[in-house]
Design a protein around this ligand. Structure first.
Ligand SMILES: [Zn+2]
Length: 273
């Protein structure tokens, strides 16, 4: 049984603040280690639950945050950018389930460091009228190719989103959101124990887990950009419809296509900023 794990940083226990996700400062060096250890807890849980191969994708910012020589050597690692499937790159139809670790609530929701793909680029993303977070898109792609979302870790605001969009998935809540940059968090040790245990149980029942994406193609993607200039640039593409000063719309034939366009727009916004 193959299990796929995608790891972000904002939803890791003890991470609250933007600097913890940014290279070049001592806070980041601590946070990337916390991220690596939560990934290890999920990898241990997956193997204990019956996986015989585990692929883990480093999925924050530059996508090379985890300290690879401290990762469980049984796992295969996807790292670096720009990846066609971004945070879910490496998933295959023969995977038995997907697990998201260190995730966070969607742009335009409450949540610790809530955003979707890029806090700079996007103020809000909606897919078929549904407020889209990263699980909506990336676990949506997994579901589209037949892979169920098994478990997700992060804060209590993310838990509420998952309950609505992926009711079959298990939420592993490691912190309570107090503000955009404050939380009441489990200790890293307790968070890892909980992740290991819950991922193990979720993997054991993978075969019975419902496979369902919250949005079904074709996908109408509505974007509210953070700056008018980003919308100006996006609207240069022939498939993009301008819907407002900061807003555009496009239609994607599947999740992979939507992910590709959004990743491109995110890179474009960073270049323009
Ligand atoms: Zn993220």
């Amino acid at each position: 049984m193959h299990i796929f794990i995608s790891v972000d940083i904002e939803g890791v226990a003890g991470v609250n603040e933007g600097l913890q996700g940014q290279r070049g400062n001592p806070e980041y060096e601590v946070a990337r280690r916390l991220m690596t250890e939560e990934a290890n807890a999920a990898i241990r849980g997956a193997f204990a639950g019956g996986a015989d191969t585990v692929t883990v994708a480093d999925s924050h910012g530059p996508m090379r945050n985890m300290i690879v020589d401290q990762l469980d050597p049984r796992a295969r690692v996807v790292s670096g950018r720009a990846r066609p499937l971004s945070m879910i790159e490496g998933i295959r139809a023969d995977h038995a389930g997907a697990v998201l670790i260190g995730y966070h609530a969607a742009a335009d929701n409450f949540g610790v460091l809530a955003h979707t793909i890029s806090g700079l680029a996007f103020r809000r993303i909606e897919v078929n009228g549904v407020r889209a977070g990263e699980p909506t898109l990336f676990a949506g792609h997994a579901a589209e190719i037949g892979v169920p979302l098994l478990a997700v870790s992060g804060d209590d605001r993310l838990e509420a989103e998952i309950a609505e969009q992926f009711p079959a998935a298990r939420s592993i809540t490691v912190k309570r959101c107090i503000s955009a940059i404050a939380s009441e968090s489990l200790s890293p040790d307790e968070a890892r124990e909980k992740i290991e245990q819950d991922v193990c149980e979720a993997v054991q029942t993978a075969a019975d887990t419902e496979v369902k994406a919250p949005c079904t193609p074709p996908l109408t993607v509505d974007i509210g950009f953070g700056k008018q200039l980003f919308a100006d640039a996006a609207a240069l593409m022939p498939f993009v419809e301008r819907t407002g000063a900061l807003d555009v719309r496009f239609v994607a034939k599947n999740h992979a296509e939507a992910i590709g366009v959004l990743s491109g727009f995110s890179l474009m916004a960073s270049a323009l900023a």
